[in-house]
Design a protein around this ligand. Sequence first.
Ligand SMILES: *[C@@H]1O[C@H](CO)[C@@H](O)[C@H](O)[C@H]1NC(C)=O
Ligand SMILES: *[C@@H]1O[C@H](CO)[C@@H](O)[C@H](O)[C@H]1NC(C)=O
Ligand SMILES: *[C@@H]1O[C@H](CO)[C@@H](O)[C@H](O)[C@H]1NC(C)=O
Ligand SMILES: *[C@@H]1O[C@H](CO)[C@@H](O)[C@H](O)[C@H]1NC(C)=O
Ligand SMILES: *[C@@H]1O[C@H](CO)[C@@H](O)[C@H](O)[C@H]1NC(C)=O
Ligand SMILES: *[C@@H]1O[C@H](CO)[C@@H](O)[C@H](O)[C@H]1NC(C)=O
Ligand SMILES: *[C@@H]1O[C@H](CO)[C@@H](O)[C@H](O)[C@H]1NC(C)=O
Ligand SMILES: *[C@@H]1O[C@H](CO)[C@@H](O)[C@H](O)[C@H]1NC(C)=O
Length: 396
Amino acid sequence: MRAVALAAAALYSGSALAATSYSLVKEYSGQDFFNDWVFYNQYDNTTNGDIVYVSQQNATAQKLAYVNDNGAAIIKVDNTSFVPWNQKRDSVRITTADYFELGSVLIMDASHIPYGCGIWPSFWTKGEQWPSGGEIDIVEAINSMTANQYALHSNEGCSASSSATFSGSIGATDCNATSGCLFGETKDNSYGPGFAAAGGGVYATLLDDSGISIWFWSRSDVPSSISSTATTVDISDWGTPSANYTSADCDIAEYFAPQQIVLDITMCGDWAGVASIYESMCPITGATQANASSCYMQDVYNNGNQTALATAYFEINYIKAFNANGTVLSASGSTTSVNPTSVAASASASGSGSSSATSTGTSASSSGAGAVGAVGAVKAWALAAGVGALFAWTLM
Ligand SMILES: *[C@@H]1O[C@H](CO)[C@@H](O)[C@H](O)[C@H]1NC(C)=O
Ligand SMILES: *[C@@H]1O[C@H](CO)[C@@H](O)[C@H](O)[C@H]1NC(C)=O
Ligand SMILES: *[C@@H]1O[C@H](CO)[C@@H](O)[C@H](O)[C@H]1NC(C)=O
Ligand SMILES: *[C@@H]1O[C@H](CO)[C@@H](O)[C@H](O)[C@H]1NC(C)=O
Ligand SMILES: *[C@@H]1O[C@H](CO)[C@@H](O)[C@H](O)[C@H]1NC(C)=O
Ligand SMILES: *[C@@H]1O[C@H](CO)[C@@H](O)[C@H](O)[C@H]1NC(C)=O
Ligand SMILES: *[C@@H]1O[C@H](CO)[C@@H](O)[C@H](O)[C@H]1NC(C)=O
Ligand SMILES: *[C@@H]1O[C@H](CO)[C@@H](O)[C@H](O)[C@H]1NC(C)=O
């Protein structure tokens, strides 16, 4: 573990609220994208999807997680296997070994996000304990939705409010509700074929004790201050966030512990696969009405829905974490200061030479990561799938 205390001292601005500059503490990109993640290696036991999340070795062997010729990370659902009746399809769920504290900005630059009938991807974060450590759903959508939906999940006492300043559309406001507290993206091309056709875009999340805010920019609108090489970010020119959960309505420091980043793609299950929801978005063949196994029968079983499966992949240019204090929290519980220049230098040293640099990040210890990573957050769709979907439906 390399600790660079100097950088942290210089960067600390004295108050998370006053901080406008955040320094790079972790970068996942290029050939080293998959370093420092924990593969779930277990069937989807949190949202009841018809998916087995495989081990890193298996995902690598099957090319479900790899770096493509452009230096981008591909994470996908198996679209070549024949799935016998009552068995599940292979996919990937990965969690960062590191935790990102209040005072962090997380940026994902992607050119493709999974979509299609039966497909349910998510790019999200969670505290070590659920729900007490909180959950932030940054990218989450299902089936034929064309717009992204944001949510927080927390213990009772935290809510979204229409008095915040945001550009999206507000949905359920109680973050303890089974759907979570919701904002819908209203900018064009935040999800689905539109996102891909536009060349993708950037999702940025501010996790701060003053509030949690999320911005989305389609490729042509990404602020110039955000780039694959930036070692600091300044959010002051980012404009109004799409989703804004302020500390006036949710004591962020109370409800949100340091967060791990999670990427997964499930299928069907407690949201995408609910008969009424599935039927409202995807055609039903061979039956007069949708039932609980329609999604499985049409999209997972046998050869699956080849059209949907061919678009069931993330293509990620980079994920970067920035922190006002220049620190990350390792799985073993130690806070480590990181020199942003060494993160970037490490990135370009191991890079493929393309614009999407690679990185190992610098310092975090991943000891104990297995145990921590295995603590799955139970995403609370089970009972309220209808609530989330109703909201989603109004966005379409
Ligand atoms: C990956 O795991 C699946 C079970 O989910 C198994 O059927 C398959 O043989 C494994 N593939 C490899 C290449 O290890
Ligand atoms: C930064 O570090 C200081 C001193 O350790 C701490 O009081 C503060 O909460 C930290 N702020 C953030 C945003 O992490
Ligand atoms: C397969 O998925 C595609 C893309 O999501 C969709 O347009 C099509 O209707 C689906 N077909 C069936 C039979 O579900
Ligand atoms: C969120 O809304 C509050 C209340 O309107 C506002 O003070 C704050 O600046 C907003 N956050 C961002 C990042 O714009
Ligand atoms: C918060 O959620 C839990 C779990 O769903 C539920 O038991 C509890 O009643 C909720 N509290 C409130 C105030 O809604
Ligand atoms: C459920 O619907 C699927 C097609 O959507 C069909 O293949 C299957 O036979 C139906 N099952 C029942 C029990 O009706
Ligand atoms: C499987 O999906 C990939 C994208 O992940 C696509 O390029 C390929 O054509 C698909 N294969 C088949 C047989 O549809
Ligand atoms: C899911 O499986 C993991 C790993 O075995 C376990 O730690 C976790 O408690 C399980 N979650 C649920 C909701 O069963």
